[in-house]
Design a protein around this ligand. Structure first.
Ligand code: ARG
Length: 460
């Protein structure tokens, strides 16, 4: 097939070269952005009298016709076209002849592809933000339900201090709300129009870049035409926002895997989000959580791949940059899929609160509270810490917990101890005394829940 760029060369490239060079099999997903961008470009060309207003009108109507034909499935992408930009221009020229050939005045595929990617990622970012908020709100609802379900909090995977399941879940809500903010912050830099940068050196035509940008809903235009076609940091920011989000989802997934094991028995996943084993009849595997954890690796890979692709490129456009798309698109699909599976998985899980309570009862997670009690009785914290440690060691050798140790034994460790020690180490009391802002007492968790809900509701 004749190439649109035929001229200096014959356009007779090798079939394998055509195939290698072509990006239509993946960049066709930006068809709507591409055509919408072209409609704004045609309008600008007409307004500036670079083409006539009539020609602009013909172009705009033909482009709108292409949109509805693709939507209706009447027009399908021609795999022999080099990319989506060439495909649209080819169809346009087939339909309206020479006027179609005027569309590419004062434009290059270099600024066109940068425009399409920015418009595409703008839409994807908004979708991802709303999915994040959906997951955050599912976690918040679950946290409310279990705001006073005591469980051990862990450090080094060792039982550490008492928290509640609601408190633990709200930690993830905090992470997700930061993720949503991160995507919003990046959006401000993505939503800047590169169109009008042309190949790299702007143009001699009297274009109006701001008109075109405004028509397409951009917040501004890039200030340097070389940067406009060379910049892919908006893609890298998107990939790094996605990587951080996936890291959070992966940690939550890891905990879901652990909590649903027999060893922990802290949660029960709905059957809808687990699978059985082909050989072991007893199995109920948390595959969905494992897959989210697993897919995190490929999102990181996509970030690394594009960072590496970009690092040695001289300005301005280089064909290497076509490699931005598959990773970014796969990342969009992967992240959205993970959020879509996590949300109902969280909504349908139930906590096995007795097991959590039982785990909280062993492991001496109230040892700090015993030390704090001794501080109240007048000891400096470091001395209180030491006595509490000795009491724990004593309990371990006797095979009991702090709640069960007889008062006279307590007194043999420190004569400041009186009967009040039992309420000091009572887990419910330990929890309700942890009222520092952000802490695990149920009022604190409820206030975290309220402010998260407020944030989710007012998020823009
Ligand atoms: N398919 C190309 C890409 O994705 C479009 C830009 C091509 N520009 C060029 N000068 N060959 O990067």
């Amino acid at each position: 097939m004749a190439k649109m760029w035929e001229g200096r060369t014959s356009g007779n490239t090798d079939v394998i070269a055509d195939d290698f060079n072509s990006s239509i099999r993946f960049d066709s997903r930006m068809w709507r952005e591409d055509i919408t961008g072209s409609m704004a470009h045609a309008a600008m060309l007409g307004k500036q009298h670079i083409i006539t207003e009539d020609e602009a009108q013909i172009l705009i109507e033909a482009l709108a016709g292409i949109i509805s034909d693709i939507d209706a499935g009447i027009l399908v992408f021609d795999p022999s076209c080099e990319d989506i930009h060439m495909f649209v221009e080819q169809v346009l020229t087939e339909r309206i002849g020479d006027t179609g050939k005027k569309l590419h005045t004062a434009r290059s595929r270099n600024d066109q592809v940068a425009l399409d990617m920015r418009m595409y990622l703008r839409g994807q970012t908004k979708e991802i933000i709303s999915l994040i908020l959906g997951l955050a709100s599912a976690l918040t609802d679950k946290a409310e339900k279990y705001a006073s379900a005591i469980m051990p909090g862990y450090t080094h995977m060792q039982r550490a201090q008492p928290v509640t399941f609601g408190h633990q879940l709200m930690a993830y809500v905090s992470m997700l709300l930061r993720d949503a903010e991160r995507f919003t912050d990046s959006l401000a830099r993505t939503n800047i129009s590169p169109i009008g940068s042309c190949a790299l050196a702007g143009t001699t035509y009297p274009t109006d870049r701001r008109f075109e940008a405004e028509k397409l809903g951009f917040d501004g235009i890039c200030s340097n035409s070389i940067d406009g076609v060379s910049d892919r940091d908006f893609c890298l920011e998107f990939l790094s926002d996605c990587s951080i989000l996936m890291m959070h989802l992966s940690r939550l997934s890891e905990e879901i895997v652990l909590w649903s094991s027999w060893e922990f028995g802290f949660i029960e996943l709905s059957d809808a989000y687990t699978t059985g084993s082909s050989i072991m009849p007893q199995k109920k595997n948390p595959d969905m959580a494992e897959l989210v954890r697993g897919k995190t690796g490929r999102v990181y890979g996509e970030l690394m791949a594009l960072l590496t692709t970009m690092k040695g490129l001289p300005l301005a456009y280089n064909k290497d940059m076509q490699e931005d798309k598959e990773g970014v698109f796969d990342c969009c699909d992967t992240v959205k899929m993970c959020l879509r599976i996590m949300t109902p998985m969280i909504c349908t899980l139930t906590a096995r609160t007795q097991n959590m309570r039982r785990a909280a009862g062993g492991g001496f997670i109230n040892a700090t509270d015993l030390a704090d009690y001794l501080v109240l009785r007048g000891l400096p914290f470091r001395s209180a810490y030491k006595i509490s440690g000795q009491v724990v060691a004593d309990c371990i050798s006797r095979g009991c917990v702090l709640e069960e140790l007889p008062l006279d034994v307590y007194k043999s460790h420190c004569d400041l101890i009186d009967n009040g020690v039992f309420s000091a180490v009572d887990l419910n009391a330990c929890l309700s005394r942890r009222t520092s802002e952000g802490g695990p007492s149920s009022e604190n968790v409820l206030s975290q829940i309220n402010s998260a809900r407020e944030k989710i509701k007012n998020f823009n």
